[in-house]
Design a binder for this molecule. Structure first.
Ligand SMILES: CC(C)(COP(=O)(O)OP(=O)(O)OC[C@H]1O[C@@H](n2cnc3c(N)ncnc32)[C@H](O)[C@@H]1OP(=O)(O)O)[C@@H](O)C(=O)NCCC(=O)NCCS
Length: 377
């Protein structure tokens, strides 16, 4: 065994590079995020989710005919089979992320025997998962689930299936933008989990199932649900200061703030904040918006000196609330978007595959005697 002084332990793999990638770049000091060289703000304003998925997976912006073909393929794979609908019905009281993990796993079960390429499987996952999440959302809200609409693009159709409302132009843009902003973010915990699994040459469904499990955690994608829980607990803007002070004094992590890479404002937060503000429709929305804004002011005042700034999850929750999504589904909405990045990284890493296998430095005892059961105290 090497001596402790001869090795270095990188807790949480902080600042460790495990491969080269051309998918995205984060400048954590400047607060910039680019997908294959294009700033995420530009894509959020001008592109569609389908176009971004193609771009992330295949490395170039699609030509018109390529995009149309890709959109058609995604549309034709949206529908759920009856078995999947029955399964969602059966487990409708489960947390959406627990059910989603199972849904992806079951998709693998029904597809494992069929001779499909990884690209075909990926297309099926990215097209069907939003339908499954929306199906669950509708029944858990006591509403009739809806079949996908062939008239609508991916993001608009997802909104329609979630809420039963046809999106106007503004909501379509917001839906496309929010899915694009959540589509990719380097080797974060869930994407890393996905490539760890695929690096063993396991299958795509297993890798995505693992990624869903990692995203669920409150330190990662689960933070958007936690932000909204906190907002509801705080109740009114006047209570923000004392609650934030209490959380800091008790060394609690405030959801929606802090990031391993961004040590300044996360560029995605700005756009989501603007959209949240634009979506405020009544006094209750205004109260929610003001609470989050006050949280932002207080945390910046107290913690920005430590490099803690608002992250993507701070405003996504209230934006989803204003769009009509139930709180328990916020992380599943994030997962619907992040499928793009997970799959892009699985495709990229598999081309230079090396099984991922770090080490833990052993500090336990050696030469321990095995005592028979009856002699143990
Ligand atoms: C995202 C996160 C897990 C990154 O963690 P990390 O890179 O390991 O950061 P560290 O744990 O090293 O944090 C550094 C310091 O900042 C503090 N800190 C980090 N995020 C904080 C937060 N949200 N609220 C209060 N303090 C925070 C830590 O307690 C630590 O303080 P210390 O040095 O006095 O012990 C962390 O910021 C966090 O828990 N945020 C809240 C959950 C969240 O919003 N997650 C979504 C991320 S997109």
């Amino acid at each position: 065994m090497p001596k402790k002084d001869d090795i270095k332990i990188f807790k949480g793999l902080e600042n460790i590079y495990i491969c080269e990638t051309s998918i995205s770049f984060i400048d954590g000091k400047e607060g910039k995020l680019v997908y294959r060289g294009i700033p995420v703000e530009v894509l959020a304003e001008k592109s569609t989710y389908e176009e971004v998925v193609f771009f992330l997976w295949f490395g170039h912006l699609p030509r018109k005919d390529e995009l149309e073909e890709f959109e058609d393929e995604m549309k034709s794979a949206r529908k759920l089979d009856e078995e999947m609908k029955d399964m969602i019905e059966k487990f409708k009281t489960s947390h959406p992320m627990d059910l989603l993990r199972t849904i992806v796993s079951i998709m693998g079960l029904s597809n494992s025997e069929k001779k499909k390429s990884d690209e075909e499987k990926a297309l099926e996952i990215i097209s069907k998962v939003p339908t499954a999440v929306a199906y669950h959302h509708r029944i858990s809200m006591g509403e009739k689930p809806l079949e996908p609409s062939d008239e609508l693009d991916h993001a608009s159709n997802f909104y329609y299936m979630m809420t039963g409302r046809s999106p106007d132009e503004k909501i379509s843009r917001i839906m496309n933008a929010t899915l694009i902003l959540h589509a990719e973010q380097g080797l974060n915990a869930s994407t890393f989990s996905a490539i760890v699994i695929s690096s063993t040459l396991s299958d795509l469904y297993s890798a995505i199932t693992g990624a869903v499990g990692a995203l669920k955690g409150p330190l990662h994608g689960g933070a958007n649900e936690k932000v909204m829980e906190l907002v509801e607990k705080i109740g009114k803007p006047e209570n923000v200061e004392s609650e934030i002070e209490k959380m800091i004094a008790q060394k609690h992590r405030i959801p929606g703030f802090g990031h391993r890479i961004y040590k300044t404002f996360d560029p995605r937060y700005r756009i989501l904040k603007r959209y949240s503000k634009e979506m405020v429709r009544n006094d209750e929305d205004e109260r929610y918006y003001r609470i989050v804004e006050r949280m932002e002011e207080e945390v910046l005042k107290k913690l920005s000196g430590k490099g803690i700034f608002p992250n993507v999850d701070l405003y996504s929750g209230i934006l989803y609330k204003f769009l009509g999504f139930d709180r328990r589904f916020y992380t599943a909405v994030f997962a619907v978007a992040r499928l793009a990045g997970w799959i892009a990284h699985i495709f990229e890493y598999s081309k230079m595959n090396k099984i991922i296998r770090p080490c833990g430095y052993y500090v336990g005892p050696m030469d321990v005697e095995y005592k028979p059961l009856e002699e143990r105290e």
